[in-house]
Write a protein that binds this ligand. Sequence first.
Ligand code: ADP
Ligand code: MG
Length: 395
Amino acid sequence: MKIHEYQAKQLFREAGVPVPRGIVAHSLDDVTQAFQQLGGALAVVKSQIHAGGRGKGTFKEQPEQRGVVLVKSADEAHENAGRMMGNTLVTIQTGEEGKQVNTLFVEEGLEIARELYLGIVIDRESSCPVLIMSTEGGMEIEEVAEHSPEKIIREYFDVALGLLPYQARKMAFALGMEGKTVRSAEKFLTKVCQFFIDNDCSMTEINPLIVTGDGELVALDAKVTFDDNALFRHKNLEPFRDLSEEEPAEVKAQDAGLSYVKLDGNIGCLVNGAGLAMSTMDLIKLHGGEPANFLDVGGGATVDAVTEAFRIILADENVKAVLVNIFGGIMKCDVIVEALLTAYDKVGFHVPLVVRLEGTNVEKAREMLAASGKDIITAENLTDAAKKVVGTLQG
Ligand code: ADP
Ligand code: MG
């Protein structure tokens, strides 16, 4: 789950990670008031969407307007907000369709002495979180990684211990910090790493992390993603979810207990088991097709879940054929076929359907399919299934 910058900064503040003072705004009047309330000569008006690159992004309706702007008066704040609120911001991360801005965040403008990069992710190879920093703040880290990888430094830390003070100091020295700033960094880095652990984050990114004129570290930007599989133990994060930012079909699938990821192709896939879903997608590609989605109905798929899965797949207008690939292990094939036939009647099919079944009770399941009299193409094995489903599109 992703959250907005203003929400991430609220959590940062509660965790003792320094952030600028800021006020969230849902209307243009809120923006004017926020500027006055902050009371400074300089403020920043920031579009709140689940994507980065806002500072360089522009609006479809207002090509001159940027997604993050520095303003020097309440009027200027109001004028800029008028060109942002309700409009569609296109950034390097949104894709060309962009994202509608419904919320703005007004923040005090800080004096920037240095801009750094900070990211924390899970490193799968070492099975632990890694703190990644660079002197190239404000730049895309992918770009730094490609052109000057030597400028990226890493520090792995233990989830039970957190980032240890010596590790934080090592990082600070490697970034060329001195005196008071090293002490500020020690506090900042240990706290932000603890935040990552405590909230089961899959990513925390601060770009830029700044050193102020007073030599203090402050998070100027905040991008946080939580591990969905751990959300059940963070009920406090529930209100932060913004469904308008998520793919509607993925939200529906989640509610039905399905793992669904929408993709760009035209072959809908319904599979049990994530590994099988991956290999199904691979084989479709191998035989010249493009999957429209990843969908794992799970080991204990019920008639209701399978029906919902078909609904979601068929609601995607890109889908021109569907491949069902089931391996009956604990789940019996005949149970799946029963669900499939019920779903077939309930949802109605307007595209070719290829079914491959293997495993427990497969004979009985195949008989049920044959006896159903429905227009279903059966396949002998996975390769056969992939070829057949790709073939339906070429005919
Ligand atoms: P994005 O990464 O989506 O472009 P940022 O929050 O990083 O958005 O903001 C873009 C740029 O705006 C930053 O790199 C920084 O230079 C400037 N900026 C953002 N917030 C502030 C602030 N509170 N004070 C001063 N400058 C800011
Ligand atoms: Mg940024």
